[in-house]
Design a protein. Structure first.
Length: 714
């Protein structure tokens, strides 16, 4: 790995461990470094055979060639294909060519990545300022690029085990009665679920760290009740603090100088959900501490799971943008006889929100008292908000793992929690976006992530929600969420048949909890992606171009249906043989061996297709209403063995922070010797945690498609 420095970069906090040697940017190889009048540029000549992967949360294909990306956090709820910015900035790239290499840029302002868009053979990276670090990972082994990236930026946050259960959300369940109803529906209908989200309406007038005491009267008992049914509550936290006399967050913030400033030194003002608001200056340690401590109103009730929204930060309008628009409109009204240009007004309206000039008018102060223009470090706002939340929760509940989602993120934010993919739509086109982004986000440390299942904006059809929920089985974050005013999309929101399909789907997810949790924890430990693109494992052009399939842990390849009315799809099976599994429910499944190559598979609406790799095993446990409801004492290991297969079940208590000391490993081995199978299990417990699994059933297929069963009692 080589580290080059240009100018005098801002200390973003993204990099945990710097390499020993820092080189001057002029010495950089592979790239041409240019300083122009108003920008700094890096150029890389794209080789014909190069596949260029990365850039985390961006639209477009997994191979980023042929599009331009603008890394400048934006709250844009309309993710159409031509859009260049989403909510985060993840300038990490793997160039998969003759000699694969990777690189990471640490620069908190706007970066333009033109990946062969203007000129198809040039990757052009543009910065407004010359101040950045670039790290080049020169190892040829693609998986090692990820390892080195995580050595620099740190390991992903360890989520509680329940995070691998299902989560239901909607903007908004308006009051506690609505949430209670959702909770009782899940339990009465025997549909598994672990968490229910609370969107902005739980607050008093959108004032952060308050409760609406009418719609959520006696919040404490309401929360207790929900938790006693095995649910977690996940309240939303927005950064904007309402300007209102006697509101404690406002008063404390103003008094202690916790808010971002205008150029003049007064507190910066913009309109957002609560109305005119101030924005906490998360660049300051003091402010972060103050904010983090506010979570106490939740943690005293045992709540330590949250989502941090609107932290690009999103701005609806300011007096400046609204004033300019008003001026234009008034001008038109006052001069009725003059010719008007309606287009100009319409275009002005489009620039009311999230206006770059507003960001340029906003200032931070760092811990040394230096004034920093917001625009220059724009991409750090969400990162530092999440850091503040994470540090606060770690102090308030030090023994417990927190659960935190953020909308805006930077490199390294994965250490504190994760991102969800923001405001997608109930469009089939957004399912493939979800599939690709799971892969590109895993590459830059967001192992645990996901999109709004069923789509956020627009109305969803039952088929779309079914197919998306089926994909969701293999999405680490499995959250169904939808926007205000759209059709409901909870499992029971459609017809009975749809409800049954979703119930079976969710039960399969819960039967895979042992596998999901083991694979996630091993991924973090070994610094390898949990969701892995095919190009990472297989070196053929066909594998590198397959973007609509992915590996889920070490044993499973997922091949989702994401086309409306499709009753099947083509799949690419690299290298080895694979065991094709088609599941309707935990009780009804088919399994069949496939040779490598390209195949068409038939998949009915209620069926979930996936493949198990040759010489691999997958443990299934009994489904349950929520993670931890029952102890898992019995598992069934499904596998495909032609020689020998090994699987390690990792487990721990699931909620505490002592996972490094207290955990268990159950090592399972299946060997084929001539026509016989040999089975063995080896139990290793560490610290004070003990594996609870007592009975293991085996369902092992050989290359002739013959099923061999066996049972071991421990
Ligand atoms: O302006 O809180 O991405 O998940 O439901 C919209 C309301 C604000 C955007 C989030 C979405 C959430 C919504 N929020």
């Amino acid at each position: 790995m080589k580290w080059y420095r240009s100018g005098n970069p801002f200390k973003t906090g993204a990099i945990l461990n710097y390499p020993q040697e820092m080189l001057e940017i002029e010495k950089i190889e592979k790239f041409k470094f240019l300083t122009e009048k108003d920008k700094t540029v890096l150029l890389y000549e794209i080789n014909k055979t190069d596949y260029i992967y990365g850039l985390g949360e961006t639209l477009g294909t997994l191979n980023k060639r042929g599009k331009k990306y603008r890394l400048y956090a934006a709250d844009d709820p309309n993710h159409t294909p031509e859009k260049e910015s989403l909510y985060g900035s993840h300038p990490f790239v793997i160039v998969d060519g003759i000699n694969p290499f990777g690189f990471l840029i640490d620069y908190p302002g706007e970066i333009i990545f033109d990946v062969g868009y203007e000129n198809k053979n040039i990757l052009k990276i543009e910065f407004e300022k010359e101040d950045f670090d670039i790290f080049i990972f020169e190892t040829n082994i693609k998986k090692d690029i990820i390892k080195e990236f995580l050595e620099l930026t740190g390991k992903p946050h360890i989520f509680p085990k329940w995070a691998f259960g299902f989560q239901q959300s909607r903007w908004s369940y308006p009051d506690k009665e609505a949430i209670n109803k959702v909770a009782s529906n899940f339990r009465e209908k025997d549909i598994p679920c672990d968490a229910i989200y609370m969107d902005i309406d739980y607050m008093d007038n959108f004032k952060i760290f308050t409760f609406n005491d009418k719609s959520f009267e006696d919040f404490e008992n309401f929360a207790k009740d929900i938790y006693s049914k095995g649910f977690k509550l996940v309240p939303i936290i927005d950064p904007g603090v309402k300007i209102e006399k006697n509101y404690y967050m406002y008063e404390e913030g103003v008094k202690n100088n916790y808010f971002c400033k205008k150029e003049t030194g007064e507190d910066f003002i913009a309109a957002i959900w609560p109305g005119l608001s101030h924005f906490p200056d998360f660049m300051q340690e003091e402010t972060r501490k103050w904010w983090g401590e506010k979570y106490e109103i939740f943690t005293r009730l045992g709540i330590n799971s949250f989502w941090n929204d609107m932290n690009e930060p999103s701005i609806f309008f300011t007096d400046r943008t609204a004033g300019e628009l008003m001026g234009m409109v008034q001008n038109v009204l006052a001069n009725k006889d003059k010719e008007i240009n309606p287009l100009e007004i319409q275009q002005k309206m489009m620039t009311l929100s999230n206006n770059v000039q507003d960001y340029k008018n906003m200032y931070h102060e760092d811990d040394e008292g230096n004034k920093i223009n917001h625009h220059e470090i724009h991409n750090l706002y969400g990162h530092n908000m999440l850091k503040s939340s994470a540090d606060g929760l770690s102090k308030l509940m030090p023994e417990k793992r927190h659960f935190l989602l953020t909308r805006s993120s930077y490199i390294g934010t994965h250490r504190y929690g994760t991102l969800w993919m923001g405001d997608n739509m109930s469009w089939w086109e957004h399912m493939i976006v979800n599939i690709r982004m799971l892969q590109s986000l895993n590459m830059c440390g967001y192992f645990y992530t996901g999109a709004d299942i069923g789509g956020f904006g627009c109305n969803a059809s039952p088929e779309l929600v079914i197919r998306w929920m089926q994909l969701g089985i293999f999405s680490p974050l499995y959250r169904n969420h939808s926007a205000w005013g759209t059709r409901n999309q909870e499992p029971w929101a459609f017809d009975e048949d749809t409800e049954n399909i979703m119930k079976n789907t969710l039960k399969i997810r819960y039967s895979l909890i042992t596998y999901a949790y083991s694979e996630y924890m091993k991924s973090v430990k070994n610094s390898k992606t949990f969701i892995t693109p095919l190009f990472m494992e297989y070196n053929t052009a066909r594998a590198k171009e397959t973007e609509d399939q992915f590996l889920y842990g070490d044993s499973i390849m997922v091949t989702p249906i994401y086309i409306q009315n499709a009753k099947g799809r083509y799949v690419h099976l690299p290298e080895d043989k694979w065991l094709f599994c088609l599941m309707k429910s935990n009780e009804e499944k088919q399994a069949k061996i496939y040779e490598s190559g390209d195949h068409y598979i038939n998949v009915e609406m209620e069926e979930i297709p996936f493949f198990i790799k040759e010489n691999s095993l997958v443990p299934f446990n009994e489904s349950m209403n929520y993670v931890g409801e029952k102890e898992i004492t019995e598992i069934t290991v499904l596998g495909f063995v032609t020689d020998k297969a090994f699987y390690e079940i990792y487990d721990d208590e699931g909620t505490d922070t002592k996972y490094a000391e207290n955990y268990s490993k159950l090592k399972i081995e299946v060997r084929k010797k001539d026509e016989e199978f040999l089975f063995s299990v080896n139990k290793e417990d560490f610290g004070d945690y003990e594996s609870k699994i007592k009975i293991i059933h085996f369902e092992i297929y050989d290359e002739k498609n013959i099923l061999h069963t066996h049972k071991i009692e421990i």
